[in-house]
Ligand binder design. Structure first.
Ligand SMILES: N[C@@H](CCC(=O)N[C@@H](CS)C(=O)NCC(=O)O)C(=O)O
Length: 80
């Protein structure tokens, strides 16, 4: 399963998700910063349909909303 988190670092909702990821110790999520790389922003908009972050791509499918992302990650621990 491929997990990619579209984010930027000063976004408090992104921080919430990234803090959760860090605390849970999981290492299976690739970060895609939309401010550091315009290509990431374009990918987010073209696939997700809007520029909002955080957005977790789960095998290329977009999941928005920080609390929904955290809930999904809790339900899908790394390596299971
Ligand atoms: N309810 C959302 C709020 C996310 C949000 O407002 N993100 C801001 C950045 S801090 C954003 O992407 N704004 C641009 C937009 O919504 O198009 C969440 O919890 O994830």
């Amino acid at each position: 399963m491929t997990l990619e988190l579209f984010k930027f670092d000063t976004c408090p909702y992104c921080q919430r998700v990234m803090n959760f990821i860090e605390q849970s110790g999981r290492t299976d999520i690739v970060y895609r910063d939309i401010h550091e790389d315009a290509g990431n922003r374009e990918t987010l908009i073209s696939i997700g349909g809007k520029e909002q972050v955080p957005c977790l791509f789960i095998d290329g499918q977009a999941l928005y909303e920080s609390m929904d992302i955290i809930a999904w990650l809790q339900e899908h621990p790394q390596g299971r």
